[in-house]
Design a protein around this ligand. Sequence first.
Ligand code: ZN
Length: 659
Amino acid sequence: MESLWNDSDARAYGDDPLSLRVYTSRLLGRDPALVLHGGGNTSVKATATNIFGESEDLLYVKGSGWDLATIEAAGFAPVRMKTLLQLAELPSISDTDLVKMQRSAMTDPTAPDPSVEAVLHAIIPEKYVDHSHSDAVVALTNNPHGEDLVQEVYGDRVLVIPYVMPGFILARKVYEMTRDVDWSSIEGMILLNHGVFTWGDTAQESYEAMIRLVTMAEQHLEGRGSFSRIAAGKSIGDDLIGLSQIREAVSKAAGGAMIALLNSSREAVGFSLKDNLHELVSQGPLTPDHIIRTKRIPVIIGENPAEDVQHFADDYRAYYERNKSRFQGLVMLDPAPRWAVWPGHGVLTFGSSVKVASIAMDIIEHTIAAMQWTEALGGWQALPEADLFEVEYWELEQAKLKKGGKRLPLEGKVALVTGANSGIGKAAAIELGAQGGSILAIDINPACVDTFNTPSMVGVECDATKPEMVCAAVEEAIRLFGGLDILVSNAGIFPGSQRIEEMDAGMWDKTLELNLTSHQRIIQACIPFLRHGLDSSIIIIGSKNVPAPGPGQAAYSVSKAGVTQLARVAAMELAKDRIRVNVLHPNAVFDTAIWTGEVLESRAKAYGMTVDQYKRNNLLGVEITSKDVAAMVAALAGPAFGKTTGAQIPIDGGNERVI
Ligand code: ZN
């Protein structure tokens, strides 16, 4: 591992201790082989003068919620050294009380909560302290001969700390073990099954000591371990229905919809086909704090995903029952897996959002590499389940759980929205996303790719009248998110006014092709996947013209009446699969692409009204916006309408001809 230290970059950060602390923390955070997603922590000791002119010794330590890769000065909590060193002398304290004490010793109450490792950082007398969960170091120690291997690699250059629970127990252990230690004689501490600490008088020294110790572990591992990869170009074949079934089973076990990310890289598929797969994955995570994201072990998918996930959930409950008695007042986590191995297909992770599942995937990619490294050193061996349970059910994590972040109504749900680059479609995609859904937004307008370009909101250019493009888009949604729950079939056109007598046949055909036929095609393409969705729902955007047609709009009215009839039949056909089908009939939604100011003015004039009167020309006298329709789309997709199918709901401010 190369040191990324660069003198001129360092100078650009400034020369005060905290600025350099920010710089090298980011260097650590930049390498996922050292720390992943909030893992690891760093600190610097400095003296500050308080408002009374008194000088105080402080520890600036990484605050919780900050990531080393992007940390700023504000991400370090200033804590009085005196309190931290007093805390180290206590025989015991709960981590909840520790957090309180650490907070009360901060000189800035607006700073984030100090890391629970703050006491440990304070005990180490050197100015800078760096802590990582280096893959190579952890791989070395997750082994039946871990301690011997550490001895072989480092000799007496490091202090070896046996595994104990991170937090106060670890700080206390180190405090006891180091009372007579000459800190200047050792370069770092290896925490078995956990990670590595280094220190130094300068930011560079501490950081480079980390790189040095990690490199020694890497050199020991180099050339060992055989990584399973499938041959390049070997197709594994897509089983998108299988993927939807796995997601369905996991979501049901979790008690709410989950996103499923499939990694079918050569490495992931190779790993999934290993002979000793079961033995490897049935032990535990790379480092204990990963358990919060990945649970202890994955589910291995066989012939029947629903049964496999059920077995996993039963085993999880048994694991909980076996271990809970040592603690009081625990709340059991949902028993669903957070990752899966699908032999021949790769590995999967699950989460309530793409972000959560992606974090788990990053961790799993590092985990499976480390498992294969360690195999070559005599076998992979994680911590016993009792130790892992203690971290999984750590009091601070339980406290978060009890406080209970409420799930958004559509969290974990997957929606496909057509005609999504403008008007009602765009508003619907945005609203479904705001309510927690992951969205594939399709539109004939290629700008859609830029309109929706986040990991959970993806735009795809697609002509809804081209069946092969539609099928590809539906499959893309499954590949990206693992399944499909909601179809908002919205794409449509509103042609210019033409009486039947003078109608242009091309216009008639085009209107029916997009407003009617394309809806049948996309519904057809989605059904096999919606069958494995969670409270699956199809929402068709109809029109007030269905119950109240107008002259000059035969093609439009017929197409919308046709799509409404299609929805009614679909509601009957799909009820047995628990797929709901409902229709919205909006009217006079003027904030869409077709209604330019000019068009509005001429229409209003034709009725002898002002534009404002024309916009509010309904019983309630209200203007209807695409946002209003979008809110109704989200409601129809959500639990309030969970027992409604075959409904036609107007959103028109009240219309005498409809009522
Ligand atoms: Zn750690």
